[in-house]
Design a protein around this ligand. Structure first.
Ligand code: ATP
Ligand code: MG
Length: 570
């Protein structure tokens, strides 16, 4: 198991990016400096794929005495909002990373980018184009056909400078003119076919307000922003591989600091969508309650669901960083969460589907406190007292009227151990005449078995959990399953909505939990014994409701997947 931080020393081998960085340092490139950045666009919340990029960027710096910047690449005011900036900074911090005083915005560089654009015009390397976006697209050509040069490509430098200044001045309508780099309309790389650097957009920006009515494209802003910040190693996902020649072209044309860009395969997770555009659609169309819906693969959703940030970092370390795209099993992430919580979560008793038990030989007015262990994995967690009385609730599934052979829980005449309590024996039960459901068990207890052992040495095979009916608190419990029913909804394109899992959430009302859970800390998972890990919902608790989210079940499906894979390799 990797350490909580995904430092390379916790793993056996370095990934290819760590190897590249180490060899740059050994060769004295960038004076041996390592300076990385995480560059989100504030147009949505961060998801688990971003966590992979964050862990990589920050850990590269951490292990090389380097620095990491957080920079918002905020070049598209139509889709960007400050609420996303706030959510993103909160999420990066929650994940456990700090950027010190190095929080930057591409919008801080708008003036510098403008000056650099002027420089390219002066060098005859950029021109103002009057084609519409549609015409530019139509002229672009294909992978097999060269593009067509714009009729405005050979404007004089003076005319270009004049027009570009007037673009900035607000003289032209949205979409009427662009500034384009003059590179090569026949290039095999479509990104080099005179790409757009600026477009006219009379839209307020979340930071610069109405100061600008032309905005740099992402491709024009990104590499230069890295350069301004003195970034040495600029890591990004594979789709930027064929943008690299363009970034190189810009940086070389300007003659400024040139970071090394290294691309890696993005995270794809089974039964999950990791596209901000599609996640936004889920939110906007009401398929989920918001970006922080506990079923969302966002960091805020995972936080609300109870995933510890350490488990996400462990997961990112485990999956590694490579060049080959692959689909990682959701079960592997849940495995990391379960391992983490098994070590840290306090144990509590909760009955999700209650069945009443009356202990006939226990005096009506009597009650006592039994000692229960808080976490068998952690002695320091100590014990607590749980109340016991004549009437209890147990799980409906812990009684069968006609139990099969291997069923070791309660049945007529059978005896079980109550966890941290007594042995009880079922001496009768009552049924709802109408439905045929068992609604109450009549039991007796053996006072000699306090603490779970019989002095006469007799054994019971089953141990069940319970709560005292009089003391328990009522709660609502939400059980989550994957949001998508098929393994790779990302492959469905825009038809992904059809793969939504209709059973992604099951709500159970009227669960009964032990009294100490009234004070449960919001967002902190507890192990409900024999059930799984659950945490108090942050949003519902603000409304005064006691709602628990299931973080993960106890069932480890990842171990099964690994076992099966090993067997098939033999
Ligand atoms: P958009 O389509 O809006 O650009 P995006 O997911 O690329 O969505 P960004 O804010 O541009 O969002 O991403 C910030 C950084 O996170 C980028 O460097 C990007 O490469 C990285 N990233 C995005 N998705 C993943 C993923 N699934 N796995 C690993 N890294 C990712
Ligand atoms: Mg992106």
């Amino acid at each position: 198991m990797a350490e909580a931080k995904n430092a390379p020393e916790a793993r056996e081998t370095q990934n290819f990016i760590e190897v590249a960085v180490a060899s740059d340092r050994a060769a004295g490139r960038f004076d041996g400096r390592v300076h990385t950045r995480f560059p989100p666009e504030p147009n949505g919340f961060l998801h688990i794929g971003h966590a992979k990029a964050i862990c990589l960027g920050f850990s590269l710096a951490e292990t090389n005495e380097g620095l990491t910047n957080l920079r918002f690449d905020d070049t598209n005011p139509i889709k960007e909002e400050s609420k996303y900036v706030e959510a993103i900074t909160e999420d990066v911090r929650w994940l456990g990373y700090e950027w010190g005083d190095r929080l930057y915005y591409a919008s801080d560089y708008f003036e510098q980018l403008y000056e650099w654009a002027v420089k390219l015009i002066e060098a005859g390397k950029a021109f103002v184009c009057d084609l519409s976006a549609e015409e530019i697209r139509a002229h672009r050509g294909t992978l097999t056909e060269p593009g067509i040069e714009s009729p405005f490509r050979n404007r004089s430098v003076d005319e270009n400078l004049d027009l570009f200044e007037r673009m900035r001045g607000g003289e032209f309508e949205d979409g009427s003119r662009t500034l384009r780099a003059k590179i090569d309309m026949a290039s095999g790389n479509l990104n080099l076919r005179d790409p757009v650097m600026y477009r006219v957009l009379h839209t307020s920006h979340h930071r610069s307000g109405d100061q600008w009515c032309i905005y740099p494209t992402y491709d024009w802003a990104h590499g230069q922003s890295d350069s301004i910040e003195g970034i040495t190693h600029s890591t990004c996902t594979l789709e930027f591989e064929n943008h690299r020649p363009l970034y190189d072209w810009y940086l070389d044309a300007l003659g400024v600091h040139h970071p090394r860009q290294i691309e890696f395969a993005p995270l794809n997770l089974s039964n999950t969508i990791l596209s901000k555009r599609k996640l936004l659609q889920l939110v906007n169309d009401g398929h989920v309650s918001g970006w922080d819906d506990p079923r969302m693969p966002t960091l805020s959703g995972m936080r609300r669901r109870g995933f510890p940030p350490t488990s996400i970092r462990t997961f990112c370390g485990m999956i590694g960083v490579g060049k080959q795209a692959s689909l990682i099993e959701l079960a592997q992430l849940e495995f990391c969460v379960r391992e983490d919580l098994n070590r840290t979560a306090l144990r509590r008793s909760a009955v999700l589907r209650p069945l009443k038990v009356v202990i006939e030989n226990y005096p009506e007015e009597q009650e006592e406190k039994l000692e229960a262990i808080n976490n068998p994995e952690d002695d320091a967690a100590g014990t607590r007292k749980v109340p016991f009385s004549r009437e209890l609730y147990i799980e409906r599934s812990d009684f069968m009227e006609d139990p099969p052979k291997k069923y070791f829980r309660l049945g007529p005449g059978r005896e079980v151990r109550l966890r941290y309590g007594y042995f009880i024996r079922c001496v009768g039960f009552e049924k709802d005449e109408r439905t045929g459901d068992v609604v109450e068990l009549r039991c007796t207890y053996d006072p000699e078995t306090r603490g779970g052992h019989a002095p006469d040495g007799r054994k019971v095979k089953g141990t069940i959990h319970w709560v005292s009916a009089r003391h328990a608190i009522e709660a609502t419990v939400r059980l989550y399953n994957s949001l998508f029913a098929c393994p790779d909804p990302g492959a469905l394109g825009d038809a992904f909505l059809g793969a939504l899992n209709p059973d992604s959430v099951e709500t159970i009302h009227g669960a009964r939990v032990e009294p100490s859970l009234a004070e449960a800390e919001v967002g902190l998972p507890y192990q409900f014994e024999r059930q799984g890990y659950y945490c108090k919902d942050s949003v519902e608790s603000k409304r005064g409701a006691l709602v628990f989210n299931r973080t993960v079940s106890l069932r480890d499906s990842w171990a099964k997947i690994v076992k099966k894979a090993r067997a098939s390799r033999r």
